[in-house]
Design a protein. Structure first.
Length: 458
């Protein structure tokens, strides 16, 4: 693609980045087949190729964007399915970040939009505020299904706090048995409020597999929520706070350093792995290189089931942030199989469920359509349980599928001696065969995966 930025414009590092990305696009169009909004609307402006043209024109012109441009860019989920299929390897993730920051700085949204986006940015990244908001939102919970649009989406989020349980307290937790590694368990913002049960399961599994686990109360939001709202300055501030909080953990292990920063929410993991690029700096790059999805680390450790859980059929859902953002596709499957589950693929595994961070709050109609589509595919598998590696996906699919869904690490915890996942309590699960799976004997040493995870092809 040809661009025509002025020399003055190219002095802006963000515009220079955008120019570099734009020039790599050759309009092959493979991206359109994997773009959820284009598949639904068949509007070229809702495709990656169309959005790239809109971004080029907006940035070249400068100043306030046209409302239709903002409309179509706002409908991008940042699922990055386009980036996985792109033959030219266009860095669409960086391009859409630049575009959102430009819109945030130069476009005055309607009052309702400003209020909602401001509320999200000032509430979701801050656990204490989020807990208060969820308690207040609890009054609207009984009416969630009848409330229109964004109000209904926010009431549904309040409904999901019913499953919220406290996560592990800050501290250092000794390995059960011989220590094989030392890891930091990153708990984040929204996951620390709604995903305490997942962090508790991860802590048990990691300790059971020889990890000394550090849970750090000083770290918080990774910055992803603010970044995707176009509030880049706020995102960098949140990222730098994490980098400072984890400074001691990224050093020598004898001085308190860790072998890995383990994340259970893949949306956070994608952002944390990218720290070396967007807040930038040596410390950020060092920490980003340590980040591993919990399934990556368990795959390296070798899962050891105790044989007490029957061989249930599990439909595994690929979170977009894990399969497209991190290119981690095989580790979760190996871990679930090693834990003794009968793994089954979900149709359209490359396609977003419609949660996409704050997308389900800002674009509830599109999100609901995608959620129903994904929920139908999950149920079509006929599995006993569904599993996913991202809290947002779990919440979304739980709304639209009859199959009970839990986090991958909850199933691994259950299969290796932990409690039955909370979401499965009281459910009469079917199993294709009733005999228990014999324990796996895997004593291989840890061989951590390379930064960036395993690269799978779907």
């Amino acid at each position: 693609m040809q661009t025509s930025f002025s020399a003055d414009q190219l002095r802006d590092p963000a515009i220079a980045d955008a120019d570099r990305v734009l020039r790599t696009c050759v309009h092959y169009g493979f991206c359109t087949a994997t773009c959820p909004t284009y598949v639904l609307t068949r509007d070229e402006n809702d495709s990656p190729r169309g959005r790239i043209d809109l971004i080029r024109a907006m940035l070249e012109r400068g100043g306030a964007p046209e409302p239709p441009t903002v409309h179509h860019l706002d409908r991008c989920l940042s699922c990055l399915g386009c980036q996985t299929t792109c033959a030219a390897k266009v860095d669409y993730a960086r391009l859409i970040d630049v575009a959102r920051a430009h819109i945030e700085s130069n476009f005055r949204r309607p009052l309702g939009d400003r209020l909602l986006r401001g509320f999200i940015a000032r509430t979701l990244p801050h656990p204490t505020r989020l807990r208060v908001a969820l308690r207040l939102g609890g009054f609207a919970r009984p009416f969630a299904r009848w409330l229109p649009g964004r109000l209904g989406a926010m009431a549904e989020l309040a409904s999901d706090r019913a499953r919220a349980a406290p996560g592990p307290a800050a501290g250092v937790y000794a390995a059960a048995g011989e220590r094989r590694s030392r890891v930091l368990l990153a708990t984040g913002c929204v996951p620390s409020v709604l995903g305490g049960h997942v962090h508790a399961a991860a802590l048990r599994v990691l300790r059971r597999h020889g990890c000394e686990v550090v849970v750090d109360a000083d770290a918080g939001c990774c910055g992803a929520l603010s970044l995707h709202l176009g509030r880049e300055r706020e995102a960098r501030e949140l990222a730098r706070a994490n980098i400072a909080a984890w400074a001691a953990h990224a050093g020598d292990r004898d001085a308190g350093g860790v072998d890995a920063i383990v994340v259970v929410t893949s949306g956070c993991g994608t952002t944390l792995k990218d720290y070396g690029r967007w807040p930038g700096g040596e410390a950020a790059a060092r920490q980003g290189a340590l980040v591993r999805d919990v399934t990556e680390w368990l795959d390296a450790l070798g899962v050891r089931p105790d044989g007490s859980v029957p061989r249930y059929r599990v439909a595994y859902h690929d979170a977009c942030s894990l399969q497209h953002g991190q290119r981690v596709t095989e580790a979760p499957r190996r871990v679930l199989s090693a834990a003794g589950f009968d793994l089954h693929e979900v149709p359209e595994r490359h396609f977003c469920c419609g949660s996409a961070g704050t997308f389900h709050l800002l674009q509830p109609e599109l999100s609901r359509t995608l959620g129903k589509r994904k929920g139908g595919h999950v149920d079509a598998v006929g599995a006993d349980i569904a599993a996913a590696g991202n809290l947002g996906c779990i919440v979304q699919i739980n709304r639209h599928a009859a199959t009970p869904i839990v986090h991958t690490v909850e199933l691994v915890d259950w299969a290796t001696g932990g409690p039955r996942p909370e979401a499965l309590a009281g459910m009469a699960l079917r199993a294709p065969r009733t005999e228990a799976v014999p324990p796996a004997h895997t004593d291989h040493p840890i061989s951590p995966p390379a930064a960036g995870g395993d690269v799978g092809v779907w």
